[in-house]
Design a protein around this ligand. Sequence first.
Ligand SMILES: NC(=O)C1=CN([C@@H]2O[C@H](COP(=O)(O)OP(=O)(O)OC[C@H]3O[C@@H](n4cnc5c(N)ncnc54)[C@H](OP(=O)(O)O)[C@@H]3O)[C@@H](O)[C@H]2O)C=CC1
Ligand SMILES: O=C(O)CCC(=O)C(=O)O
Ligand SMILES: [Mg+2]
Length: 742
Amino acid sequence: MSATPTIIYTKTDEAPALATYSFLPIVQAFTKHSGINVETRDISLAGRVIAQFPDFLTDDQKIADHLSELGAMTLTPEANIIKLPNVSASVPQLKAAIAELQSKGYALPDLPENPSTDADKDIKARYAKVMGSAVNPVLREGNSDRRAPKAVKDYAKAHPHSMGLWSPDSKTTVGSMNGRGDFFSNEKSVTVPTATDVKIQFTGKDGSVKILKASTPLKAGEIIDATFMSKKALTAFIEEQIAIAKAEGVLFSLHMKATMMKVSDPIIFGHAVKVFFKDLIAKHEATLTELGVDFNNGFGDLIAKLSKLPSDKKAEIESDIQLAYANGPALSMVNSDKGITNLHVPSDVIVDASMPAMIRAGGKVWDAQGKTGDTLAVIPDSSYAGIYQATIDFCKTNGALDPKTMGSVPNVGLMAQAAEEYGSHNKTFEIPADGKVEVIDTDGNILLSHDVEAGDIWRACQTKDAPIQDWVKLAVKRARASGTPAIFWLDKTRAHDAQLIAKVETYLKDHDTTGLDLRILPPAEACTASLERIVKGEDTISVTGNVLRDYNTDLFPILEVGTSAKMLSIVPLMNGGGLFETGAGGSAPKHVQQFLEENYLRWDSLGEFFALAPSFEHIAETFNLPRAKVLADTLDAATGKFLEFDRSPGRKLGTIDNRGSHFYLALYWAQALAAQTSDHELQTLFTPIAEQLTSNEEKIVAELLAVQGSPIDIGGYYQPDDQKANTALRPSQTFNTILATL
Ligand SMILES: NC(=O)C1=CN([C@@H]2O[C@H](COP(=O)(O)OP(=O)(O)OC[C@H]3O[C@@H](n4cnc5c(N)ncnc54)[C@H](OP(=O)(O)O)[C@@H]3O)[C@@H](O)[C@H]2O)C=CC1
Ligand SMILES: O=C(O)CCC(=O)C(=O)O
Ligand SMILES: [Mg+2]
C-alpha cells in the first residue's frame, strides 16, 4: 500500500477538462493540510495519442501511458480514482486531435486510411488503441452503482426542469428490426464449465479458412455468446424505415453508440448513410472512390473531401446532395444553422443521451428549419430498443412525466471486466464472404457456430463469472440499503440473458433476500413496470447488463432531474479500490463552443462534487484517516447547501457559470469546515478562510461575472494551453489570493 493516501483526479477533455482548471486548485487547497495527495493523470484524447508515439516526439513532448498505469492501479485496494468523462473518439474527432497536435509541432503521423506497409499498419494499430471508448473499459474493474442523490431529487422536486408536452397523437416512434436478422435474433450463448481458450474461425463457402482471432482465454463459469447482424436484413430495414418516415411525414433519425461499439456501429451507421444517399452514391461512385470517401465516418466525410474536387464537379455533387435531401424524408438535425444532419458524424448522436433528450422534449427533434418535429427514431438492433418504445408509449398514454412528483430508477450495472457487448470490439468482424463463423475451444469442440454472408457483422461477447457474482451481491446490497424493489432487466427468450438468469437465480441464494422484492423481467416490461411505479413517486432499482446500465443512467436521470450530470456514480472495484465517476454523461462539446464564443461555461460540476465525497470516505476507511471523513462530511454539507441555494451554473450569460458555482462550493465547504468541531486543527485553519470568502462574496462574484461576454482563446481544443486556460478559468484575483493562503 502506498504510504500517502492519494486521490487521482483525471485530466480529460472538453467541458469537464475546462472545469478542472477551476475546480482542482480548490480541491488541492482544501486537502493540502490533510495528508492527502491529489494528483492528476492525463487520459485526455490528446494525452492518449501522445502516449502512443514516444518514438515520434521530442523528450519534452512525451507523456507516459497514464491510462495503462491507472488500469494497473484499479487492481489494488488503495486505488482511488476520480474519473471525469472523456472523449470516446470517432475517426473525425481523432483526426481533428491529430491535426491540432501536429500544428503545435508534434511530429505525429497522419491516421493511415488504407495502410499497406507494415509501418502504416503499426501506426493504425496504435491509433486504434485510443479510438472509441478506450478509457472506461480499462478502468472499470468493478460494477456500477449509479443513482440520483436524495438532495438532487429534492432539488428537482422543488425546482422542476422543463419537460416537453406529450400528446397522445404524437407520431414519434422507434423503428427496429424486431428480430429480423439482427443481433437479438441470431444470438447463441454458452457457459463454459472449465477454463479454456477459444479461437474464432471463418470458413468460406470455398473451403478457405481464416482465423479471425487466434486466442480468447475463458475462465471457468464464463459466459460466451456470439451473434451477427445480417447486412441484407439491415439494408432492407433501413430502406423500409426511410420509406415509412417519408410516408408518415416525420423526421428520420438514427441512434447508435458508435463510440462504445466502435467496430460494429460505425459500419451500421455507414450502411444507413449509403442507403439514404444511394442514388447520389450510384451516380458519383467513381468520384467518391477517387476521393476515398468512407461513409462509416458519416456523410460528413464526403462533405469534408468535396473541397478536393474541381469546382464544377463539386457544384454538381452539391446539387445532387440537395436533390437527395429533397427526395428523402426530412432528416433530424444536429445543428440546423450549420446544416449538420443526424447522418453527418457518427459520434454526434449517441443513443444513450439522444433518445432521453428527445423523450424529455415530448418526442421532438430538430428539423432543417430549426423547428421541432416528431421522429422515427431508428435503432436497428432490437435487443434494447424496446425500452425506448415502452417509454414513448407510456408518455403517449400518461402524458409527460412530472419531475415534481416522480420517483426514481437507480441502476446497478454489470460492467466489470469489459462485460457483454461493451467488451466485444476485439471480437467483432465484418465478414469477408459467404461462409460460417465458429468459436472453437482447445479440445476442438465447436461452442458456437453461425452461417453468415459477406458484409454481415459478427461478434462475440464475454461475461465473466466473478463480476456476475459481485453484481448480484451489489444488487442485493442496494435493495437492502434503500428498501427498494429491484428488477433484473433480463429476457429469458434471449440466449445470453437465459445464461445470465441461471446464474442470477443461483447467486441470489448466497444472500439473505428475506423481505426483498426482487424480480426478473424482460427489458421493455421492466421499463413499463418501473414507469408505472415512478408516476406514483415510487423507486425501483434497475439491475441491468452493461448496455442498459449505460442507457438507463441517462434515460431516467434526464427525465427525473434534467441531466445525468448530477448522478452519484460509484464503481466499487472488485479488489477493494474505488473508482468514482463524475455524473453519468459525457464531455458536452456544446459547452466548449459556448465557452469559446462567450467566455461562459455552463458545465455543472455537481457530479465531481458527488464523486469526491465517497472518494474521501474511501481514504478514511482504507488509511484509517478520520480527517478524510471530516472532509467528506463537510463536502456533503456544502453540496447540500449548494443545491438548496441553487448555485448550479445557469445556461446564459450574466448568471454565475461553472467558475462561480465552484466559488460557492468553496464558500460553503469552508463554512462547514469552520463550523465542525471534530477536527480542531481543520476548524482553526478554515475559520479565517470562511470569513474571507464570506466577506468577499460580492467582490468575487463581480470579478467572475466581469469576464463573461466575449470570445476567449485557450490555445487549443484537444490540448489547451495550460497557462491560457488557467488564466481563463481562474479570473477572480480575490478568490485566488484567499485560496493561496491555505
Ligand atoms: N463517461 C464518459 O467518459 C462518457 C463520455 N462521453 C463522450 O462525451 C462526448 C459527448 O457525448 P454526448 O452524447 O453529446 O453527451 P453529453 O453528456 O456530453 O452531452 C449531452 C448534453 O447533456 C448535458 N450535460 C451533460 N453533462 C453535463 C454537465 N456536467 N453539466 C451540464 N449539462 C450537462 C448538456 O446539455 P445542454 O447542452 O442542454 O446543456 C449536453 O449537451 C462524446 O465524445 C462521448 O464519447 C459520453 C458519455 C459518457
Ligand atoms: O465510454 C463511453 O464511450 C461512454 C460511457 C457512457 O456513456 C456511460 O458510461 O454512461
Ligand atoms: Mg452513457
